[in-house]
Ligand binder design. Structure first.
Ligand SMILES: Nc1ncnc2c1ncn2[C@@H]1O[C@H](COP(=O)(O)OP(=O)(O)O)[C@@H](O)[C@H]1O
Ligand SMILES: Cc1ncc(COP(=O)(O)O)c(N)n1
Length: 271
C-alpha cells in the first residue's frame, strides 16, 4: 500500500497564496505527498500580478518526464497553464504515463485581473485536456467563457454546467464564489443529468486570494485518498470554507489576502 500522492501542474505565485504554493500547502495539510510541475513563474503579491514568465517548453517537458519516469501520482490537478503549447505537453504526459484522476482548475484571470491563460489557448484546453479529466472546477466567469452561456440564475448555471459536460468531462464543479449578491456561497456539482448543491455561508472578507487553487487541491487530495468525486468535493468545500472563515493576517497592506491553509475545524474528518 503506497502513501497517497498528488501532482499539481500550475504556475508559481511568489506571494504564496495561490498557484503551486497554495496547492503544496493544501496537500501537506491533508497528509498527501505533494509534487509539482511549474508551468510559469509569476511575480505577484496580494495586490497585483506584476509579471508572468512562462517557462520554456523544454523546462516544462523535462519536469513532466522526471515525474512520469519515477512516480504515478494518485491524482493530478492543473492550474495556470498559460499557453496552448504548454497544454499540449501536459495532455501528452497525462496520456503517455496514464496518470489517473485529473482535475482541471481552468485558471484564466487572477482576482487582481491578470491574464493567466492566453485567450487563444482556451480551445486547446477544451479539445485535448478536458476529455482527459474526471472533474473541471470553473468559477462563474470561466464557465460562461467555456460554455458560451451567460449565467444569471440557477437554471442558466445548470445549463452552462451541462454544456461543459457535453464537451467530454463527466463532472463540473461550478463555483459560486463570484455571486456577491447571495448570502450563501453555493457551488454546484453537475453531471449530464444530475446536480448537487453545496452551500456554505458567504463570508465578507478580503481574504480570497487562492480560493479556487486551494479548493481544487483539497479535492485532488480527497481523490488521492480513494474518495468518490462527490465525497472529495464535499471535503474540499469544507476545507475552503474554514480556510476563508479563519483568515490569517500576514501583513496589513494586503488587498486580496491569503486564505488560511491550516484552519479547518474537524481534522479527523478531513484526514
Ligand atoms: N466570500 C466567500 N465566502 C465563502 N465562500 C467563498 C467566498 N468566496 C469564494 N468562496 C468559495 O471558495 C471557492 C472558490 O470559489 P471562487 O472564488 O468562485 O473561485 P476562483 O478562486 O476560481 O475564482 C468556492 O468553494 C466558493 O464557494
Ligand atoms: C500562479 C497563479 N495561479 C492561480 C492564480 C489564481 O488565483 P486568484 O484568482 O485567487 O488570483 C494566481 N493568482 N496565480
Amino acid at each position: 500500500m503506497f502513501y497517497p500522492s498528488a501532482l499539481s501542474i500550475a504556475g508559481s505565485d511568489c506571494g504564496g497564496g495561490a498557484g503551486i504554493q497554495a496547492d503544496l500547502k493544501t496537500f501537506q495539510e491533508l497528509d498527501i505527498y505533494g509534487m509539482s510541475v511549474i508551468t510559469a513563474v509569476t511575480a505577484q503579491n496580494t495586490q497585483e500580478v506584476k509579471e508572468v514568465f512562462p517557462l520554456p517548453l523544454q523546462t516544462v517537458e523535462a519536469q513532466l518526464q522526471a515525474i512520469g519516469e519515477d512516480f504515478t501520482p494518485a491524482s493530478t490537478k492543473t492550474g495556470m497553464l498559460y499557453s496552448a503549447e504548454i497544454i499540449q505537453l501536459v495532455a501528452s504526459a497525462i496520456k503517455c504515463y496514464a496518470w489517473p484522476q485529473i482535475v482541471i482548475d481552468p485558471v484564466m484571470i487572477s482576482k487582481s485581473g491578470a491574464v493567466l491563460l492566453q485567450p487563444s489557448a482556451m480551445d486547446t484546453m477544451l479539445d485535448i485536456l478536458l476529455p482527459l479529466a474526471c472533474l473541471i472546477t470553473p468559477n462563474i466567469p470561466e464557465a460562461e467563457l467555456i460554455s458560451g452561456i451567460e449565467i444569471v440564475d440557477v437554471p442558466s448555471l445548470y445549463e452552462a454546467g451541462q454544456r461543459i459536460c457535453s464537451m467530454g468531462v463527466p463532472h463540473v464543479l461550478l463555483k459560486g464564489g463570484h455571486r456577491e449578491d447571495s448570502v450563501e456561497s453555493t457551488d454546484y456539482l453537475i453531471t449530464r443529468d444530475t446536480y448537487l448543491a453545496l452551500s456554505s455561508p458567504r463570508i465578507h472578507t478580503r481574504h480570497t486570494h487562492g480560493t479556487g487553487c486551494t479548493l481544487s487541491a483539497a479535492i485532488t487530495s480527497g481523490l488521492a485518498k480513494g474518495n468518490s468525486i462527490e465525497k472529495a468535493v464535499s471535503l474540499g468545500k469544507k476545507f475552503i470554507m474554514n480556510a476563508i472563515a479563519y483568515p490569517i493576517e500576514v501583513d496589513s497592506r494586503h488587498l486580496y489576502g491569503p486564505v488560511n491553509h491550516w484552519a479547518y475545524a474537524d481534522r479527523g474528518d478531513m484526514r
